[in-house]
Ligand binder design. Structure first.
Ligand code: GTP
Length: 691
């Protein structure tokens, strides 16, 4: 990165880190960096000519990463697709850049779960990064500004500069964090800059660049805390990414806030979401989804998470608090003779920076109405009529202020004078109709023009109704009622739409559950025969593509009928569960096991030749034999016979492989049970046809 002025924060000038400074930090070897398997994965991806197979093999040496990778891939495929269960498939879905950054992120999480910086809450930091990652994924799944799998990684690492400072200067960074409590008006970056002549924003950006994240990610990451300082063109990719990072970071803040504080943060959340054209309903839905993902991922990564109520509930609570505060403020103002009613009532500050008027009014009769007129006496007249019927009123004295207030406070209805200096009522309407917020506002224009052509022009520009000046209060009240009816219908429509969306989401979840049930054996919790057939077909295709070996084993419990006959069906079931546990414990992470019949199991061993499969089968046989079941205080021993087969040149489909294993099982039973057999020889050379 070049040394250059990037932004001003408060009174502090922030510059992006210069190359030499960063190289020196890197050379110290103290910057957080990936280790072990993650490092091998990153190097392999950078290396020319390395294959997916090589990569999958390295990844499989780290079972924890395998699980996380598969979870990440499943998070992207949506409900309607078959679940991804293998490393190979996960690699295909995620793509190499995402896999590399995921390896990086998870490796840092494992290595820097704890540290020496007192005052830096490592657990909170990582769980917050996780929310950040999941929120980024959810946001970009909607904005489509970049691949969601890559922005997940970006979110996970978007605050890496803070961890870096805590790692580089554990003692002094602890002191800086303490100072943030004393100097509340100074941002953390400013305090960091004073202490270390560098700050977490520049460090984050430099580290992401150094790790090879594209410019489109590491540059906006610098502005994630203050996207408005970036100067990015509205709607550009950089703009959307910087604002998405900001939104994701605020979502993390809401998640980790005190329970009582969360409702107060909702209006700010909606405001930040609004900059990316998300309406409150969409934000609530997005956050609810992130909560679910956060809890699932938290369990996988062993990070603490919290229970958070539905976001629509938090919004309603925030709305109620806001309404109370507004009423109190209004009551206070009414006791101050001669004071204007405008500011304290409409802009009463709320805890957490929330503003009552940015909250959705919902289905109440009262509307939020914005009057835009340069004539103060006209505004006062209209305000009086509106307040008499209980509406909340906002005022703006010209079109530009009207535009800003409309976007900030989102009124349901606007009463706008047609002729105003600078920006006419019609121009204001036209500009508002270009925005998502402005599209749904009911626009009533006041005019003294009595010309049909002009009125037609007004309707064509997006006006909903008009009213002639001078204003007759009774006519105004009647027109308000008409507007209210339309607004209510619109709200009902939105609610129905939201209900349908929620219903579809629930349906997708229950479909997924049903699918899971259909593919799972309830006694052992193993996948069932149907799953095994599908999975064998998939692994067969992978093996055909990669030319890697594929083996299978059929396992059958010996004399199983006698357990049922001598001890009853319940003991028979317990025997099956015990055998299943022993099998699972003896298999390797990549092996796939299914219950395919009463006392029969199938194991698929991807990327495994006959000798390795036989060794694995022997481990299974031994494990079952060594783990008896205790029935009425007596040990009940069990054994299994196992037929093993590997894919060879003669086999044309996966059925042939299973048949071969079945033949071997038959031999094992005939030879006296409790043994492993193969019907193939251990000959060397390729077991599948050459290309
Ligand atoms: N308890 C219990 N029994 C089952 C279940 N499913 C199938 N069975 C019984 O499992 C027995 C399977 O026996 P077989 O495979 O025919 O023979 P075996 O007794 O295992 O003898 P070998 O396979 O020749 O060693 C049958 O008696 C089935 O009724 C189940 O879910 N629970």
């Amino acid at each position: 990165m070049q040394s250059q002025t990037a932004a001003t924060i408060g009174t502090y000038m922030v510059v992006s880190i210069d190359v030499t400074k960063f190289e020196q930090l890197k050379a110290s070897g103290d910057l957080p960096s990936p280790k072990g398997v993650a490092l091998a994965i990153i190097r392999l991806i950078q290396q020319e000519g390395s294959s997916m197979g090589d990569l999958a093999r390295v990844i499989k040496t780290d079972p924890a990463f395998v699980g996380r990778l598969i979870k990440a891939a499943n998070g992207l495929t949506g409900y309607n697709r078959r679940a991804i269960a293998s490393v190979q498939e996960a690699l295909m879905v995620l793509g190499l850049p995402a896999v590399r950054t995921l390896a990086l992120g998870f490796s840092l999480l494992s290595s820097y779960r704890d540290g020496n910086c007192k005052g830096f809450d490592y657990g909170r930091y990582w769980t917050s990064c996780l929310v950040h990652a999941l929120a980024m994924q959810a946001i970009t799944q909607r904005t489509r500004v970049a691949a969601a799998e890559e922005t997940f990684c970006l979110g996970l690492l978007a605050r890496i500069g803070e961890l870096a400072l805590a790692t580089l200067y554990p003692q002094d960074y602890g002191k800086v964090l303490k100072q943030t409590l004393e100097y509340r008006d100074l941002p953390l970056v400013a305090l960091e800059q004073r202490a270390f002549a560098l700050n977490h924003r520049e460090l984050t950006s430099a580290m992401l660049a150094d790790w090879g994240l594209p410019r489109i990610f590491h540059e906006p990451a610098f502005f994630s805390e203050a996207p408005e300082e970036s100067g990015y063109a509205d709607g550009s990719r950089e703009f959307v990414i910087a604002h998405s990072l900001h939104l994701a970071s605020f979502i993390a803040e809401v998640f980790l806030a005190e329970e009582a504080e969360r409702p107060n943060l909702m209006s700010r959340l909606f405001e930040i979401g609004g900059r990316l054209a998300f309406d409150p309903v969409a934000i609530n839905e997005l956050c609810d989804g992130v909560v679910r993902e956060w809890q699932a991922w938290g369990a996988l990564l062993e990070l603490d998470t919290l229970e958070i109520p539905p976001f629509s509930e938090l919004a309603s609570r925030g709305e109620a608090i806001a309404a109370t505060l507004a009423t109190e403020a209004k009551a206070r103002v009414q006791h101050l003779p001669g004071e204007s009613h405008e500011l304290p009532v409409e802009r009463a500050p709320m805890p957490g920076g929330a503003n009552p008027l940015t909250l959705p009014v919902g289905m109440s009769q009262a509307m939020r109405v914005l009057i835009v007129d340069d004539d103060a006496s006209m505004r006062a007249l209209v305000r009086k009529v509106l307040e008499t019927v209980g509406h909340q009123v906002l005022e703006a004295s010209d079109g530009r202020v009207g535009m800003e207030m409309a976007l900030e406070f989102q009124p349901q209805l606007m009463i706008v004078d047609w002729i105003m200096p600078e920006m006419s009522g019609l121009e204001l309407t036209r500009a508002l109709r270009q925005t998502k917020i402005g599209r749904s506002i009911y626009m009533l224009i006041m005019t003294s023009l009595d010309d049909d052509d002009r009125l037609i022009e007004a309707f064509e520009n997006g006006v909903d109704d008009f009213m002639n000046k001078p204003i007759n209060p009774r006519v105004l009240a009647a027109r308000l009622r008409a507007g209210q009816r339309v607004i209510r219908l619109q709200q009902e429509l939105d609610r129905d739409r939201e209900e349908i969306r929620r219903f579809a989401a629930e349906l997708a979840v229950s479909n997924r559950r049903l699918q899971e049930v259909a593919l799972t054996d309830s006694l052992t919790g193993f996948p069932n025969r149907r799953y095994a057939i599908e999975r064998m077909q998939q692994e067969w295709s992978v093996s055909s593509r990669t030319r890697r070996p594929l083996s299978g084993m059929v396992i059958d419990v010996d004399q199983f009928k006698t357990y049922n006959d001598s001890h009853g069906h319940d003991v028979g079931d317990a025997v099956l569960r015990q055998v299943a546990t022993s099998i699972k414990g003896a298999l390797r992470a990549q092996d796939i096991v299914a219950r395919t019949g009463g006392d029969e199991f199938l194991v698929i061993c991807p990327d495994t030749g006959l000798d390795a499969a036989l060794a694995c089968a022997e481990r299974v046989r031994f494990a079952v034999e060594s783990a008896p079941l205790t029935v009425s205080g007596q040990p009940l021993t069990m054994s299994v016979s196992i037929g093993v087969a590997t894919r060879d040149t003669v086999m044309t489909d996966p059925d042939a492989l299973v048949k071969r294993a079945d033949q071997a099982l038959y031999l094992a039973k005939n030879k006296g049970r409790n043994r492993i057999m193969t019907a193939q020889s251990l000959r060397p050379g390729p077991l599948i046809p050459p290309r």
